[in-house]
Design a protein around this ligand. Structure first.
Ligand SMILES: O=S(=O)(CCO)c1ccc(-c2ccc(C3CCCC3)c([C@@H]3C[C@@H]3c3ccccn3)c2)cc1
Length: 240
């Protein structure tokens, strides 16, 4: 069914996250600190705490040649590829396939000493926001992951501390059509990726440990994931 029980929440969160992702990191005065750079990738964070816990919002902007936003979102959303690129994942369960573009996931992440192990339940929604209204507007593909509850998996019932997150992978494809009217090849395309994430670690974890984990894991994650998509797509026809 096009409208399922989570539809209105998903619609609201997706619209909010797309607007947030499209806001630039602005001039340095806006509180965004550049903390990692690698080629075309720029990673920013804001230092924020909720009840003494580090919940630093993260925003990464990356430009990757040879892949499309649809391809990035396909490999980010689809459960069957996740163990290939998500290195901190210990266990992933699809609790529910709500529709072909909406799933409910339960994930446990590898323990990061000295913090206790974490798990998370989130809905994941893949959406194409075509620019058919104004031709020169952006053609956006996005995946939004947002924490939710599940009656069979109450928070903090087992050994894991439940974390809460909102993640947005927003992509815009750029095509430079070849001069001689030849068919578009992967050399003529690139994808501008904006990855936003806010992770509430649930129970207390030392701020210094969490910030060190974020500083190490996020750049590694985005580099590894985009390299994975490049490698998976290089010999396949372009998915626009
Ligand atoms: O983009 S996703 O939706 C992709 C689906 O998997 C996603 C991204 C990140 C997480 C995540 C979950 C737990 C933790 C920590 C918090 C306290 C102890 C464990 C971390 C820390 C930030 C480090 C981290 C960053 C990036 C990738 C993996 N690890 C991240 C979960 C999902």
């Amino acid at each position: 069914a096009s409208h399922h029980r989570l539809w209105s929440e998903i619609d609201n969160v997706v619209k909010q996250q797309v607007a947030w992702a499209r806001l630039g990191v602005g001039e340095s005065g806006t509180g965004w600190q550049l903390f990692a750079e690698d080629g075309e990738m720029r990673m920013y964070r804001r230092e924020e705490e909720v009840d003494g816990m580090v919940v630093d919002p993260l925003k990464a902007v990356h430009i990757v040649k040879g892949i499309t936003g649809h391809e990035v979102c396909h490999y980010f959303f689809s459960p069957q590829y996740r163990y290939d690129w998500e290195t901190t994942l210990e266990q992933m369960t699809v609790l529910e396939t709500i529709s072909e573009d909406t799933c409910l996931f339960l994930q446990t992440h590898k323990r990061i000493w000295p913090a206790s192990q974490r798990d998370v339940i989130f809905w994941s929604h893949l959406r194409h926001l075509p620019n058919d209204q104004d031709r020169d507007g952006p053609d956006i593909w996005t995946v939004v992951n947002h924490s939710t509850e599940h009656k069979d998996y109450p928070a903090n019932a087992g050994k894991c501390v439940r974390i809460y997150l909102t993640v947005c992978m927003l992509c815009q494809t750029r095509v430079n059509p070849p001069k001689d009217g030849a068919p578009i090849s992967r050399d003529d395309i690139s994808c501008k990726i904006t990855y936003c994430s806010v992770v509430n670690p649930g129970g207390w974890a030392p701020a210094s440990v969490l910030r060190a984990v974020y500083k190490r894991e996020y750049p590694k994650f985005l580099k590894r994931f985009t390299a994975y998509v490049t490698n998976q797509t290089k010999d396949k026809s372009i998915m626009f």
